[in-house]
Design a binder for this molecule. Structure first.
Ligand code: FES
Length: 166
């Protein structure tokens, strides 16, 4: 069941587009942010909201790599290994993330905190090697910077947990 605030958000987004179906991807992104992945129910809801068959929404989900049909980690590390990043150590950065987290491409740590993906260009070539974590970009990476970032994310998660009224 989608939250009332998400349904209201859907209406607000759809109103911005002359063609309702143009809102499919933004709706899926907001839905994924709330639910954690693109569930069957989310697909049905988006299809209903924009007035298209569910198969059209499913086709969009299959096209965009940032949309996930299975739950992923709270922090999704997308490491670019395309040309600019590859030339500046992107593959070594991916390997370092993989070793540090103990997971491979499109895998999630057992605690559900981190997912890892090797991706194509994320448009941050000037800062190669680069990666994207959820909506944030990290550039000119080194293994030490990656370690620092992972530690910071773990710490941030721990602080969030301890700030929930315990
Ligand atoms: S090649 Fe890595 S961001 Fe463009």
């Amino acid at each position: 069941m989608l939250s009332e605030s998400l349904k209201a958000k859907f209406e607000e987004i759809i109103a911005r587009y002359p063609l309702k179906r143009s809102a499919i991807v933004p709706l899926l992104m907001f839905g994924q942010d709330e639910i954690g992945y693109v569930s069957d129910e989310l697909i049905e809801e988006v299809a209903r909201a924009v007035g298209v068959p569910a198969i059209e929404v499913i086709e969009d989900v299959g096209y965009y790599s940032m949309l996930h049909r299975q739950p992923i980690g709270k922090y999704n590390l997308q490491v670019c290994t395309n040309v600019s990043c590859m030339l500046r150590g992107g593959e070594a950065i991916f390997a370092h993330c993989s070793k540090r987290l103990g997971i491979g491409h499109k895998q999630t740590t057992p605690d559900g905190l981190f997912s890892l993906e090797e991706v194509e260009c994320i448009g941050a070539c000037c800062g190669a090697p680069a990666m994207q974590v959820n909506y944030d970009y990290y550039e000119n990476l080194t293994p030490a910077k990656v370690d620092q970032l992972i530690d910071q994310l773990r710490e941030a998660h721990r602080n969030l947990g301890s700030g929930t009224g315990e």
